[in-house]
Ligand binder design. Structure first.
Ligand code: SF4
Ligand code: SF4
Length: 201
């Protein structure tokens, strides 16, 4: 059973990290997500997004069969392998780091908004507090460079968000990679999302 109609397909092979460099990767287990919004609050608090803007959010749905239940799908930037947000930027302000994380350099961003319109996942937003420069999830890059987990992962007491190095997986993250039926959002967009989901069972 897929989650809220937005998850499907098989995971793509990753286009980065094949030289053995780290591949920071997030897995979200929809069977564990309770929709508590702690991750949303933690992200907002840590990244200080503008009023009404969220770098991660929860899509709530419902399922009638085989069980009637509410469904929750946390969504954010998918750190795509082939991101349509990158080639449309007239200033090369958005680009992919060697570890696969897609970032926006605010020193180069002129707030033209092409990347917002190009992203099929509605994962980007302009920040009116910073001359409408464009913001998005970057896996809390400053945190992971210090060996910490992204704020949303740390805040999830349900253990629905797992984070690790796909090039050198260990612990529960490795168990998920090896044994879970992983999928991605809207694979028909052919953007090669690297944010992975465990669909509802
Ligand atoms: S904190 Fe965890 S359980 Fe709560 S909404 Fe986020 S992913 Fe789901
Ligand atoms: S989800 Fe959107 S913003 Fe993130 S890399 Fe893909 S196209 Fe770019």
């Amino acid at each position: 059973m897929l989650g809220a109609g937005v998850i499907g397909g098989n995971i793509p092979s990753l286009a980065h990290g094949e030289d053995g460099s780290p591949q920071p990767t997030m897995i979200i287990d929809l069977n564990r997500c309770t929709g508590c919004q702690s991750c949303v609050v933690a992200c907002k608090s840590y990244n200080k997004t503008a009023t009404g803007q969220f770098n991660t959010r929860i899509i709530q749905g419902e399922q009638s069969s085989p069980l009637a239940r509410a469904t929750f799908v946390p969504v954010q930037c998918n750190q795509c392998s082939a991101p349509p947000c990158i080639p449309v930027c007239p200033n090369d302000a958005t680009f992919k780091l060697g570890n696969g994380i897609v970032v926006t350099d605010w020193d180069l961003c002129t707030a033209s908004g092409e990347c917002i319109r190009a992203c099929p996942y509605d994962a980007r937003a302009s920040d009116p507090n910073y001359q409408d420069r464009v913001d998005k999830c970057d896996f809390c890059l400053d945190r992971i460079e210090q060996g910490m987990a992204p704020a949303c992962v740390e805040a999830c007491s349900a253990g629905a968000r797992l984070f690790g190095d796909r090039a050198r997986p260990d612990g529960e993250f490795a168990d998920y990679l090896r044994h879970s039926p992983l999928a991605v959002r809207n694979p028909e967009q052919e953007t090669g999302p690297t944010l992975l989901y465990v669909p509802l069972s």
